[in-house]
Design a protein around this ligand. Structure first.
Ligand SMILES: Nc1ncnc2c1ncn2[C@@H]1O[C@H](COP(=O)(O)OP(=O)(O)O)[C@@H](O)[C@H]1O
Ligand SMILES: [Mg+2]
Length: 343
């Protein structure tokens, strides 16, 4: 692949600065800096000049790099600022003020997708099917509205990466509901969202684009060996524990036995969700598919996980987009994005 050589400023969490080289054949699957390593090393391999900046709570460092090194673009791998996740959008706003192009989602899309209540309201307006829900704010009494029948799913309104999600998140009584809402308030420290629980298959769709969108093949999380009675949901352990994944046969891949027409319908729905939430760059939409064929959008994830071989990259590979091509596409989309053109 021949590319125009760019100066790329990779913005990463200060504890996730990847090593410059790793031993040949080393297994880095569980390394915390794996995505950072994959992105930085791949960009270097295709010929870009990459400077890695570990960011904590100092915007000045970014500004200095911009003035002194004059990067063409920032590759944004940050998921917060000063360890506050909802500040991710503020960093991107700062990049916009510095007139530095960046990869991934614009600040407004990050904000709209972050709040699982606000985003569902927007999707519902666009007639995109989302589960019924209500929000339980901190320090305010919560009463279950009658329209919400059990089983219900309780999760953080704003946290991601399945933080606070376990089998106990699915509740079937008012007592359990109250307990779980309290758990979210106290242990996660955010408001809770109480949603209709959707029994069914778990699907993901990667999207690339700003205005013209490409939906990647429908991906599925398989639960082949779950214990009797366990809900097939992406809990914290399902997502992050390799041991648990092995034990319970959790794996992902192209969705099986999905008629072409159905898959196209789902991809189209995901593009509509992406637009409704004003996302840009790349994202992954999470869905549930009921046995009767009904599809529900659970959430949209701007700037999803893009480690080599993980869901987003693997689904791109299936349609012939190599990892190198995906990263270059993400960079090109970032270079083309015009912040002033939003709304
Ligand atoms: N309403 C729901 N019905 C069924 N499963 C759900 C529902 N909401 C969440 N889940 C399960 O919990 C997982 C995590 O929820 P999600 O809203 O995607 O939060 P996160 O931002 O942590 O990924 C989902 O991937 C799905 O398996
Ligand atoms: Mg999710």
């Amino acid at each position: 692949m021949s590319v125009t050589k760019l100066r790329v400023l990779a913005l990463v969490h200060r504890h996730l600065i990847p090593p410059e080289t790793i031993e040949e054949g080393a297994d880095i699957t569980a390394a915390p800096w794996r995505t950072e390593y994959d992105v930085v090393s791949t960009l270097q391999t295709v010929g870009h000049e990459v400077h890695v900046l570990g960011v904590h709570d100092d915007l000045g460092e970014i500004r200095r790099m911009v003035t002194e090194w004059k990067p063409h673009i920032a590759f944004n791998l940050l998921e917060g600022f000063d360890d506050i996740v909802i500040f991710d959008q503020n960093v991107v706003s700062h990049l916009e003020l510095l007139k530095l192009p960046y990869t991934g989602c614009n600040p407004r899309g990050l904000l709209l997708a972050r709040d699982k209540s606000l985003s569902k309201k927007l999707l519902a307006y666009h007639r995109i099917p989302v589960p019924e829900f209500d929000v339980a704010r901190m320090g305010r009494p919560f009463r279950r509205p009658k329209r919400l029948a059990f089983p219900l799913m309780v999760k953080s309104l704003t946290q991601e990466a399945s933080i606070g999600i376990s089998q106990a998140s699915v509740v079937d009584s008012d007592e359990k509901l109250t307990e779980r809402v309290q758990f979210i308030h106290e242990s996660i420290g955010t408001a809770a969202i109480v949603e209709q629980y959707i029994e069914g298959r778990e699907l993901y769709v990667g999207i690339l684009g700003n205005h013209t969108l490409q939906a990647l093949p429908v991906w599925e999380l398989f639960f082949t060996n779950m214990p009797e009675g366990a809900k097939r949901i992406a809990t914290d352990r399902v997502k992050w524990s390799v041991k648990y994944q092995k034990k319970y046969g959790i794996d992902s891949g192209g969705a099986r036995d999905l008629p072409d027409l159905k898959a196209e319908g789902i991809q189209h729905l995901c593009k509509r969700a992406y637009r409704a939430l004003e996302l840009s760059g790349y994202a992954r939409i999470d869905l549930r598919l009921e046995e009767n064929g009904n599809v529900w959008v659970l959430e949209a994830n701007p700037n999803p996980q893009i480690a080599r071989g993980e869901d987003f990259a693997a689904s791109a590979e299936k349609v012939g987009l190599t990892y190198e091509t995906v990263l270059q596409r993400i960079i090109n989309l970032g270079l083309r994005w015009q912040p002033e053109s939003v709304a």
